[in-house]
Structure formats: C-alpha cells, structure tokens
Design a protein. Structure first.
Length: 426
C-alpha cells in the first residue's frame, strides 16, 4: 500500500490496519476516554458538594487531581509502551481505569472519590499517549499530522457533548450513574482493543533502552523545537479557558450560559482547523502547515491585542470572533508539531508522546491559573490578550530558532530506507 512504512515484526499486515475504519474508531475512543470521563462529571460537582457536605473548592479536587493523573499517565505509560508494546500497556491502563471506576461508584467519602478519580485518570489516559504512538507506527511522517487531526476532530464532537450528557445523567439517574457509564465505556473499549487492535510497535534496535531514547531525543534540536511549539500552542487554550469566564461574566456582565455558548464557538473553530489539516495535509508538508498555523495564530493574537488597546473587545462577539481565528490556526500548529515531535525517533514514539503530553498538562494547570488571575483581577482584557500574544510569539520562536530548515531533519524512516536501498544494491 502506498505511503506505509515497513512492517514491525510483531504486527499483522500494517497496510490493512492503516486503512481500517475500525482501528481509526478505536483510536478516537481511546483518545477520548479520559477527557470525556472528566467532562461528564463537571455538571455534577455542585451535587457532590451537597452529598458529601464539603466546600466547592475541595470538591474541585476531583477535577484537579484527575488532571494530575492524566499528566503522570502521559509520562509513565508512553515509555512503557515503547518497551513492552502498545496493546499490553493499553490494556493494563484500561484495567486500572475499570477498577478505579468501580472505586468511584463505591466511594463513601470525598477523599476516597478523589483517590479513585486520580487512578481512573492514570489508567484511562493511556489512550491519549498511546494513540499518538500507534499513529506514528502506522503512518509515514507527512501523514501523521493529518491522522492526529482526524482523531481529534471526531473525538471533539463527543467531548463537546459530554457536559450536557453528564448533566442529563445526573438529573435523571444521580451522580453515581455517571461512573456506571464510564465503567461500561471503559469495559467496551478494553474488549474492542483486545479483539481488534494489533500490536504496532516498531522493532527496537539492539541495545535500545529508555535511557538511550531520552538521550537521543534531548540531543535533537528538532524534537525540542517541535515539543515546545506544541506545548506553547496548547497553553493559549489553557490561558483563554482560565480567564474567559471572568472576562465574560464579571467584566462584561453576561451569564454563565452565554459564556458557555461563546466558548463553544472556539471549540468549533478548533474542530474546523483539524478538518482543514486532514484536507490539506496530503498536498502540503508538515512544516508548511505549522508555519501557516503560526502565521494565522499570530495575526489573530495581534488583532485581539489591538482590540484590547483600543477598548473594542469589551463585547463577546469581538473577543471570541478573533479568538476563533486563533483556535483555527492553533489546531494546525498543535497537530503537526506533535507529528514532528514523535517522528524524530519513531521507535521511541511513546516516550516522545508521553513527554509532550506531560508538559502540556503540567504547564496547562499553571497557565489556566495564570489566565484566571489575569481575567479576574483586572478590569480590561488587555492582560489576558497580552499573555496570549506572548505565547504566540514564543511558539513561533521555537520553530525559527530550534527546528532545522528544509531537509536538515534526518528521521529513522530516512535511515531505514537508506539501509534497505543499500541492502538491495548489494
């Protein structure tokens, strides 16, 4: 099949797998399990505070500790999938998520629920990191960005509906029912992975280890540049999400429902941006799509900054209208820079994906707090739009100063192809 890489010894026919809709659906649900499980519970947080008789800030730990679990899962399970294979680590993570989901159902106190949620995220987030590694196993470098975009675009539809679904479940059946749904979803995914997902991990070179993988990655300017580009681009989302509610509800005096509706427009723009990458990736290189996204992202950030200076974005339509442009561009930057990062050393795609995901979630927790501070402690949008502009500039700087131009990046795909060509001549 055109465009496929050489087969790893453990895997079945990779050409058939890459074009299988079943596998693509699996990658979507694997990626979506952790974020869907997170957002399903959010509408029930006030009821949890009433049920356990605790302050809302304490109940919020069911969300914050869940995010910590996602971050640690990225860091731990990515390297493990490089060493032991994608399927066994994925199934181990799902098993932990299932057990932890039962723990959530049976929790008799809020600390027990918080611990169970942490373990649920630790196992359930395995799909977020491993799905990116599987995509890199199956596709050549220039196709990875498009496939990541496709998975994210489909997954986002379910993610955007999760808060509404969680609210309906809580109203009709109670908050425990949310965890029954999460448990059933985890079991269904585990069965599907067992039956339909082959092992895709590449054969590792003799002597390869976690230490050697990390050493090679850290010595690569391209890897560091791509990772920083992806992580900094994601911080734009966290900063705006953290400060947006305070700007709309406090500064602009609008309702929380109106804020939710406007915020959904940025999610829709991100969704369309991912579809754009799927459409144009076959005709344009990965780096060209990143540069296009960076330029558009910077234009949008400059516009919002300019509106703030002129005092013109004190209405949601202007603020979110321009932010939609930023989010459309952000999708192109994030998907393709992630593809570049996991393509520097394809046999260590899990390690690269895990490090990137850990930094993204870890810094995201801090950036969202910063965004909330900038949005809630000032009477203008200028502090928040200034921070987003600085993030956009920093994001572009990583590509300018760290990622080599043109054909300077030598990936394992190129090395492997050269070795195969040499062997053919001999």
């Amino acid at each position: 099949m055109h465009g496929m890489i050489s087969k790893p010894p453990e895997a079945v026919s990779q050409a058939g797998v890459a074009h299988s809709r079943v596998v693509l659906v699996l990658l979507v649900v694997m990626t979506g399990l952790a974020p869907i499980s997170l957002y399903l519970l959010v509408p029930a947080l006030p009821m949890l505070a009433t049920t356990f008789g605790r302050d809302a800030s304490v109940v919020q730990m069911t969300v914050s500790c869940y995010m910590v679990g996602i971050a640690l899962s990225q860091l731990l399970l990515g390297p493990l999938s490089d060493r032991y294979g994608r399927r066994p680590v994925m199934l181990a993570g799902l098993s932990l998520a299932i057990v932890a989901s039962f723990g959530c159902i049976l929790a008799q106190s809020l600390p027990q629920l918080i611990l169970a949620r942490f373990l649920q995220a630790l196992g359930g987030a395995s799909g977020m990191v491993i799905s990116r590694a599987i995509i890199r196993d199956l596709y050549p470098r220039e196709r990875v960005g498009a496939m990541i975009s496709l998975v994210i675009a489909v997954m986002m539809i379910a993610q955007m509906l999760s808060p509404l679904t969680g609210g309906l479940i809580e109203i009709t059946l109670g908050w425990h029912a949310i965890f029954y749904v999460v448990t059933a979803l985890s079991v269904a995914i585990a069965i599907a992975v067992t039956l339909a997902l082959p092992e895709t991990r590449r054969a590792r070179a003799e002597g390869a280890s976690f230490g050697s993988d990390v050493t090679v990655l850290l010595k690569s300017r391209a890897f560091i540049g791509y990772v920083l580009c992806q992580v900094l681009a994601s911080q734009i989302i966290f900063a705006f999400a953290g400060g947006g509610p305070y700007i709309v509800e406090v500064q602009m005096g609008r309702s929380s429902a109106e804020y939710g509706a406007w915020f959904a427009t940025t999610g829709f723009a991100y969704f369309v941006g991912n579809l754009f990458c799927v459409r144009f990736s076959p005709r344009h290189s990965l780096d060209k799509l990143i540069w296009f996204g960076l330029a558009l992202q910077l234009v949008g950030s400059l516009l919002n900054f300019g509106w703030s200076l002129l005092g013109l974005n004190q209405v949601p339509s202007v603020l979110f209208g321009t932010q939609m442009l930023v989010m459309f561009a952000n999708a192109a930057v994030m998907a393709n820079s992630a593809a570049g990062a996991i393509s520097v050393r394809p046999s260590a795609a899990g390690t690269a994906s895990g490090a990137m995901g850990f930094l993204q979630m870890g810094l995201g927790a801090l950036t969202s707090q910063l965004g909330a501070y900038l949005g809630g402690h000032y009477a203008s949008t200028l502090p928040l739009t200034s921070a987003i502009l600085m993030l956009s500039l920093a994001c572009a700087s990583t590509m300018i100063f760290l990622v080599p131009r043109g054909n300077a990046i030598v990936s394992e795909d190129m090395i492997r192809q050269a070795e195969e060509d040499e062997a053919g001549v001999m």
